[in-house]
Design a protein around this ligand. Structure first.
Ligand code: FDA
Length: 309
């Protein structure tokens, strides 16, 4: 728990970022979780995964934008990505995931409206190419605004997906409010530093909450996107889907690029829908710190890489 907190705090450290970024081993570690630095790398990964019957949700890395010009540049990166997805004939397989703080949320009192407008532009482009968008959920401070943005945009873009995090105590209510017919809901445990006042902090409490939310989601009219690598939760999701009479096209499993790739292929081979979250870009540091915080084995792998450089 202490290690996890330290790593999540390090996610925001510019000094550590500069220290880590220059090392060759760090680059190899990044390469395990990030498809590459440019759009071509992301599309190549999407193509490779599609050959194994795996769909993708592509994330242009970046978060906590500090200036409107950066939010505009992140939005344009998504528009360019969607053009390339369309041109490559990948729209049936590849959608995009967007972080609200990358496209303006957090930029003062106007930030919410700016993020909503920018995500709206991404949704228009995705619809034009025949694919979809899912809005990532960030730290607890961003949750209320993110939910308002998604609710507002769903009037025009009902296929806009949204992430809910089981570690937040509020999620049962948010799920009940959101799980209308066809609503695409990606359920995950939650990757940010949890505040004990508003979140479950013990693993077993988070896992129990995940099962409760999954049970609700599978029995609802929404479209469940089961985002976890946890073998127990994956098995429970399968059982609950069957109990709810959901066929393989009525929900999907989702996992992160580089995490349990064999399990991704195994599930797809059973006929299940499986989507891999594929991040790309230069702003990989915060994303990598959250992946290391999730799993001690990744931390020792990273430490060995840096020590032996
Ligand atoms: P957890 O990390 O607790 O692992 C449970 C078990 O899974 C482990 O005990 C092990 O058995 C297995 N496992 C996990 N990693 C493994 C590995 N590398 N190799 C082998 N086995 C492994 N979070 C967030 O806050 N906002 C968001 O928008 C998103 N978006 C998102 C999209 C997608 C598609 C995914 C899969 C995840 C997210 N997340 C997220 C991250 C999420 O909240 C969570 O932090 C990670 O998925 C890790 O949690 P797990 O459910 O995998 O369980």
């Amino acid at each position: 728990m202490v290690l996890r907190r330290t790593l999540l705090a390090a996610a925001g450290s510019e000094r550590l970022r500069a220290l880590v970024a220059g090392t060759g081993p760090a680059r190899r570690l990044v390469g395990r979780f990030v498809a590459g630095e440019d759009i071509g790398d992301a599309l190549e990964a999407a193509r490779r995964l599609a050959a194994d019957d795996l769909s993708t949700s592509i994330d242009h890395l970046g978060e906590a934008t500090a200036h409107p010009a950066q939010a505009e540049s992140a939005t344009r990166a998504y528009l360019a990505l969607l053009d390339r997805i369309g041109d490559a004939g990948l729209a049936r397989r590849a959608e995009v995931s967007v972080k609200p703080t990358a496209v303006g949320l957090g930029l003062g009192p106007e930030g919410e409206a700016l993020a909503a407008a920018n995500i709206g532009r991404v949704c228009e482009a995705a619809a034009a190419h025949g694919t979809t968008v899912t809005v990532d959920m960030e730290d607890a401070a961003a949750v209320p605004a993110t939910l308002r943005i998604v609710a507002g945009l769903r009037a025009e873009h009902p296929d806009l997906g949204c992430v809910l995090q089981s570690y937040l105590r509020r999620t049962a209510d948010d799920l009940a409010a959101m799980a209308g017919a066809g609503a695409r809901i990606r359920l995950c445990k939650g990757a940010y530093a949890p505040d004990p006042a508003t979140a479950y902090t013990a693993h077993r409490d988070v896992d129990s909450a995940y099962v409760r939310h999954l049970r609700f989601l599978m029995a609802s009219d929404a479209y469940p996107m089961v985002a976890t690598h946890d073998p127990r939760l994956i098995a429970i999701a399968g059982m609950l889907a069957e109990r709810a009479g959901r066929g393989p096209d009525a929900f999907e499993y989702q996992m992160l690029y580089g995490v349990r790739p064999d399990e991704q292929r195994r599930l797809a081979a059973t006929g299940a829908r499986v989507r891999v979250y594929v991040p790309y870009g230069q702003e990989w540091y915060g994303y990598l710190a959250r992946r290391l915080a999730e799993r001690p084995a990744n931390v020792s792998f990273a430490a060995r890489a840096v020590v032996t450089r």
